[in-house]
Write a protein that binds this ligand. Structure first.
Ligand code: PXP
Length: 241
């Protein structure tokens, strides 16, 4: 069964709507783990729009599974990562005006810089994942810069409909196969929900899914534990030895 890593950024988004101390993403992370999540993901953005340093430092102490820090390859954040020492750092592109991470990291176009950041983080004892589009050039570059794993961007698949969605799915499946054959651990995420996860949950080479918005959205209505458990149950439908 693929693992589920839950991104709790949007619990912090709700907190920041009032700039007070609730709801707490740290509490949500604990509930997610109790409900079967095997990883907790937070994105410490340069503009600190949701997750703050305080969250990351407390989560480092409280998360019992894996803490995955999503981050831009920016000096300030690299220093924080090397101090916090999450289990995994996921390098993502970041633009201040975007609503969420919009595209994959261009590893092929800045191979030297990314290789250096990957090495610094790995030397600090952190495994490095690169968030990339399902594109063979980017996958090859991710392997060349020494990443431990990749996370394939599923956003285009999630946003597409009908035949276009079928094409995006086929593209993702090819990318998964190619990366897996290259020896990379393959994860996937962005825009996944309780409906569009099904075709991907069947794919045995996908090690883990990283899901945030749809789980937090459901949690507002049914509770955090139930929302996480319902996603874990979907993944369990496709249990694969
Ligand atoms: N993976 C990465 C690298 C992301 O940046 C995000 C969004 O923060 C996600 C997964 C989760 O996406 P969503 O919130 O759409 O489930």
């Amino acid at each position: 069964m693929a693992k589920l890593a839950v991104n709790v950024d949007h619990v912090a988004t709700l907190r920041e709507a009032r700039r007070i101390n609730e709801p707490d993403p740290v509490t949500a992370a604990a509930l997610a783990e109790l409900a079967g999540a095997e990883g907790i993901v937070v994105h410490l953005r340069e503009d600190r729009r949701h997750i703050k340093e305080r969250d990351v430092y407390i989560l480092r102490k409280t998360v019992k599974t894996n803490l995955n820090l999503e981050m831009a390859a920016a000096e300030e954040i690299i220093k924080i990562a090397l101090d916090v020492k999450p289990d995994i750092s996921t390098l993502v592109p970041e633009r201040r005006e975007e609503l969420t991470t919009e595209g994959g990291l261009d590893v092929a176009g800045q191979q030297e810089k990314i290789a250096e950041v990957v090495k610094r983080l790995q030397d600090g004892g952190i495994k490095v994942s690169l968030f990339i589009d399902p594109d063979p050039h980017q996958i090859k570059a991710a392997k060349e810069v020494g990443a431990d794993m990749i996370e394939l961007h599923t956003g285009r698949y999630a946003d597409a409909r009908g035949e276009e969605q079928e094409r995006e799915l086929a593209r993702l499946l090819e990318a998964v196969k190619y990366a897996h054959e290259m020896g990379l651990v393959v994860k996937a995420g962005h825009g996944l929900n309780y409906v569009n996860i099904h075709p991907l949950a069947k794919v045995k080479e996908i090690y883990e899914f990283s899901i945030g918005h749809s789980i937090v959205a459901r949690a507002v209505l049914v509770g955090f534990e139930r929302a996480v458990r319902e996603m874990v149950e979907i993944l369990r439908l496709y249990e694969r030895g």
